[in-house]
Design a protein around this ligand. Sequence first.
Ligand SMILES: Nc1ncnc2c1ncn2[C@@H]1O[C@H](COP(=O)(O)OP(=O)(O)OP(=O)(O)O)[C@@H](O)[C@H]1O
Length: 570
Amino acid sequence: MSDRAFASLTPANALARLAFSDVYDALTSRRQADGAQAALRRMLVEPEQTCDDEIVRFRREMERTKHDTDGEASETLTEPDTDTEKQLQELGMVWVGCYLLVLQSPPAEPERGWAAGKGPLENMPIDLLLCTRSFAKSHDINLRNPHARFNFFPESKGFYIIGCSRSPSAQLTVNGDAAMRRPYHLNQHSMNILLDKLEYHFQWEEFAAEDDFKKERGRYVARALGRPANIDVEMPTPLPNKRTMGSWTLGDALGAGGHGRVFFASDQSANVAAIKVVERTSQNCHSVDKEIETLREVTNFVQKSDDGERILRMAEVIYSNSKEFSSKTAFDNVAIVLKPMTPQTFGDLVGTRSKGGCKGMTIEAATAFRDALLGVKVMHDGRWLHRDLKLTNIGLIVNPLRSVLLDVGTSRHIQAGGSLRPEPGTVGTIGYLAPELELDDYDHSIDIWSMGIILFELTYNYHPWKFSINPWRDGKDNEKLRPSFENSYQNTIDKMARDYKSACASPARGYIHLGGLFIEMVRYQWAVNNHAQRPDIDEVLQHPAWGSLLPESPQAKRRRLEYGLEDGEV
Ligand SMILES: Nc1ncnc2c1ncn2[C@@H]1O[C@H](COP(=O)(O)OP(=O)(O)OP(=O)(O)O)[C@@H](O)[C@H]1O
């Protein structure tokens, strides 16, 4: 059973260890068929008793207090004679072990979770028996039956503990925080839990990092708690190396960019976020501050305009030193808390889930792509340019499907009909840069170009043209690449036109070819500086290539209903 345990609870202070040993003695002396035997099976105990020095000291202290209160002299116990010492050593012998949490051995009431507390009781099953009633009485421990419960959150499947007594004197703390009234998310590999005077180490076990655990947990949660309608994020198992920033505990890295690394993070209420950790030095503090300022402005804007939550928001900024950057400080780690955290990006969509080649892209990929375009529409309608759209900067939430524009810290706001001056090398990612971006004034149309490249990658699973430097930047080496770019560009357009034509003539079930749209999105004619002829975002969203994915216009719907046709019949 122990190798299937996903977590353990180990008595940490002398009183909890003594209580554990006492429970074990009490349970092993009962009849085999007793209901409390289930509690015994959740205890992993060493085969032989061990002498615990702290318990020797603890007992000695108890003896001393007893002698003091009985009015006897205590000096004899400060300098114990050998006989007393030997007796005390014997009193220090205890059963050593821990409690195990195993999904195959579910709690007596799965919908309520594993009960931990005082017992045993005939009518109240306690899954994790922490101390007997007589022990609690003799050591003045205010433990309830049950005192706390452990269970999974039905949506995120994170694991929590919650106090379950209404009594104000019942105490439960996790890592020093009170946890009596609200579920406390156990989001660190090892955490300290105090139930009145009894202290424990809660720890995630190796099995919890395995896929088998995640599958078992999924089945267990569905059976015990029902299937929630929406599951945005499944809580990952906490990592052994703990890193916290503010109230957040960091998990695995989600991605890395030129400016920092982005990590999964969760807090004690099981909220999740992506945290970008940036090293702020005297050299880069202006650009870091600018990114944070932009994130703040974009967040203010999207809070008013982005009902569909398709654009990343900044929830808070945590400075490890202080906001004011002192030149004396060598560096400062700044944590930018971003929401939502998206478990995947379009980078994960590319491949079997998107690629149909000449058939087009899968309907799933096209739906996600269209959703991302709706995010771009929100930005463009508010006169914001994203400026760094690429596969890894579009997050994906699968259930229900939603695309989220990430990395909005380099976005810029422009005036109506206005444009931005090029600043080569400061914004965007080579491969997604529109030809005008580093050469001439540019506007929203650069995002349409980047989305065109993404469209191509979702269809064919490779980039249409790859160069290590931007051919469309001033400079001899850059300019030398332009004929090669022109060549790849023309081949790509020809291929798209061919495939689009044949996909329209005989569409493949489950796929949609958006080649006609691509050709317009990446239109350019550098010679006459005519890049503005790309469609705007509304035209992109209404392009006929979308076919049945295009929302029905009110007129078309009226016409369809007049003729009594089914949804989708023309
Ligand atoms: N909210 C989020 N949820 C999930 N993943 C994220 C989130 N935010 C960022 N990421 C991942 O982390 C990567 C790097 O983040 P970000 O783009 O903000 O950093 P950057 O330093 O600006 O990167 P780049 O140099 O690529 O522009 C993203 O491309 C994305 O894959």
